[in-house]
Design a protein around this ligand. Structure first.
Ligand code: 6R9
Length: 653
């Protein structure tokens, strides 16, 4: 029934979209079949989108067997990632804009950085790093705002063979220190301050707090952004603009092996200690470039905007490496969607004539809650495609994005992937698939998803089924190890379901064979023996016109095993009341069924989220359990004060 309904609601691509697309339905089918039948041949060909210094002879050497897990792609080839993202474009597009930079304050001037300028800026940064003693294999932590220097720094590391680890500029000194320590960094690149939403974070102060005590041998390279006063750590601190004047703007790229690490990225820490996810050079670049071009149907001359922060994998693959490898114009935005007001995203789209726009459901829901007038004042006629990433998108938000932002003419790609996967793993392709609101839908080329029974680990065949999502074979963008802890890599991803990469997500394959991500499997609750995705209940709640956002967790229940505990944020202007509580409870019963009836509804003016916008259910579960002593680390929250409010109101709930 549900499957029939969702099939009926599918949005087929228009003839215009299909005619222009790199991949239409027939091509998807034949290419996908070829990628599975002959992965070596398929990837040998796809790898030609990258310039190799020494061509590889072996495509892959992969084993997912516990105790012997290793993943190598194009292993005897050599290349330089920065040269692929810059130098090879100079002859044909040296004067084309590589990066459009839009500052936090719309009154400040945007920058248009050409490929030629990018080359000289990256070379300078590379030479400064070299002058500080950084070489092949050394680690560099990048703790910068969303300014062009963040991209220069990443590419400068790639150019000289150093390994970068970008730490989101919203992270606390403690979180930064742990990451500097975790990868044993030689240099930290930061800025004096980071303007965001009209407020300034004192980044250099944070670095001082993180470095002063424990790491008195780490050099700090400081980019001047705000011009504010900063405290100096003597000779250990270096102004970037001063050092840059003393070096040449030419730096030859190092010849790197395909399997040399390109970067380490610590995962957001919503569960346990952060892991240093390691990506290498050749396979990652091939995969980032291919997915950027195909998923977003990027064509020469398009303006591509991914609104993520470079502190997350989305920013790595779809602000920097993928677009630049393709010679694209990529937009980098320093600000937030709601500053100066909730029209900012759309104003930026209009100003820079953005063609493809890629953002997160949490931003879409927040903007939807502000009302349509903020969108309607902007000219969005340049938009051809919309994308989402980061969490399952509820159909209400999807429909709003489609109708109000995309005016019904922009295909929406709901891209499922992870820090670990390097690039998109499942997504509809704009010219090939009729999209269904909320479905990640189809595997990307070379990706072999399987649905497993969570208890037995048996492969669940056929359609209209549900289980845990594993990937049966490797793809070039796959992470290679956990930095410094290969055993943890094997244990986390290859131990639960032998022979497969375990994603940690649940999924449903509908009657048409399309995939729907149902959320992390640790978010599954069991109510009276019924297995239920918390995302399902959330989706029902946010479908109510008075609800802006909802988070649902399980809590111990004497009779049912687990009960359903809902945190609900109301739309602007809605007042909480007992009547509304009853109304929502009945609403969910009618949307999903009596088994999904919420046991507790707590009004939540804000939800605890990581800086990347993921709701921290661990904390919500503890509050629901009345277990306030064990909340764990809340320092990585975007706004730790929401937790106090939730605890206070828990007592009254
Ligand atoms: C790229 C990124 C990965 C987790 C992943 C899943 C969730 C991401 C999603 C999605 C449903 C989508 N997720 N995209 N769930 N639909 N389109 O977000 O990486 O920060 O490592 O998060 O995010 O649960 O396992 P990362």
């Amino acid at each position: 029934m549900t499957d029939q309904l969702t099939s009926m609601a599918a949005h087929a691509p228009s003839d215009d979209v299909i005619a222009k697309a790199h991949v239409d339905a027939a091509k998807y089918d034949s290419m996908y079949a070829a990628s599975i039948a002959d992965p070596d041949g398929f990837w040998r060909e796809q790898a030609q989108r990258v310039d190799w210094i020494k061509p590889f002879t072996q495509v892959r050497d992969v084993d997912f067997t516990l105790g012997n897990v290793h993943i190598n792609w194009f292993a005897d080839g050599t290349l330089n990632v920065a040269a692929n993202c810059i130098d090879r474009h100079l002859a044909t597009r040296g004067d084309q804009t590589a990066i459009i930079w839009e500052p936090d304050d719309p009154k400040d001037e945007a920058l248009h950085i050409t490929y030629r300028q990018l080359h000289s800026n990256v070379c300078r940064m590379a030479n400064v790093l070299k002058s500080l003693g950084v070489g092949r294999g050394d680690r560099v932590v990048i703790y910068l705002p969303m300014i062009p220097e963040a991209a220069y720094a990443m590419l400068a590391c790639a150019r000289i063979g150093a390994i970068h680890s970008v730490v989101f500029a919203g992270f606390s000194p403690d979180a930064l220190g742990a990451r500097v320590n975790g990868c044993d960094a030689k240099v930290v690149i930061t800025a004096d301050g980071a303007p965001r939403g009209g407020r300034v974070t004192n980044l250099k102060d944070n670095v001082n707090k993180a470095l002063l005590n424990d790491f008195d041998d780490v050099t700090c390279l400081v980019v001047r952004r705000t011009g504010q006063q900063v405290a100096w750590r003597g000779d250990l601190d270096v102004w970037y603009h001063e050092a840059a004047e003393t070096v040449s703007d030419d730096c030859p790229p190092e010849e790197m092996n395909a399997e040399d690490p390109l970067f380490i990225l610590y995962t957001s820490g919503s569960t346990g200690q952060p892991k240093g996810v390691v990506h290498t050079s050749g396979g990652y670049l091939v995969y980032a470039a291919m997915t950027q071009q195909i998923t977003f149907d990027y064509h020469d001359g398009d303006i591509f905007w991914c609104s993520a922060d470079v502190g997350w994998v989305t920013g790595h693959s779809y602000i920097v490496y993928g677009p630049l490898a393709n010679g694209a114009t990529t937009l980098m935005f320093e600000g937030v969607p709601t500053y100066p007001d909730a029209s900012r995203f759309w104003q930026v789209c209009e100003k820079h004539k953005v063609n493809q726009f890629y953002t997160a459901p949490t931003a879409i829901r927040a903007l939807m809650g502000q009302g349509n007038s903020f969108v309607e004042g902007s000219d969005l006629s340049s938009l051809r495609l919309l994308g989402t990433v980061g969490e399952p998108i509820n159909p209400e938000a999807w429909n709003w994005y489609n109708e109000v932002v995309g005016k019904g003419k922009c295909p929406i790609v709901d891209t499922w992937w992870q820090t670990e996967t390097g690039g998109h793993m499942m997504t509809p392709l704009p010219g090939a698939h009729a999209t269904k609101p909320g479905a990640a839908q189809k595997p990307f080329f070379g990706v072999k998803p399987l649905v497993l029974d969570p208890a037995s680990g048996a492969v669940v065949e056929g359609n209209g089924v549900e289980g845990v999502l594993v990937i049966a074979d490797s793809w070039p963008g796959q992470m290679r190890t956990v930095w410094g802890d290969h055993a943890r890599f094997e244990k986390t991803y290859f131990a639960d379901y032998k022979g497969y990469y375990f994603s940690g997500d649940g999924c449903r394959r509908d009657a048409d064979g399309d995939y729907w991500i149902t959320g992390r499997v640790d978010d599954v609750i069991n109510v009276s023996g019924h297995r239920m995705g918390t995302a399902e209940v959330e989706s029902a709640l946010v479908a109510h016109e008075k609800v802006a956002e909802a988070a649902v967790v399980g809590f111990p229940h004497d009779i049912k095993g687990q009960g359903i505990y809902c945190y609900v944020t109301l739309m602007n202007g809605q007042e909480p009341s007992d009547e509304l509580r009853t109304e929502l409870r009945n609403w969910v019963r009618s949307e999903i069924g009596p088994i999904a009836s919420p046991d507790v509804i707590q009004w939540a003016p804000g939800l605890p989220k990581t800086r990347s916008g993921k709701i921290m259910r661990r904390i919500l579960r503890k509050i629901a359990e009345n277990d306030f002593g064990a909340l764990g680390d809340t320092s990585t929250l975007a706004d730790p004060s929401v937790v106090d409010d939730l605890i206070e109101n828990r007592a009254k709930a």
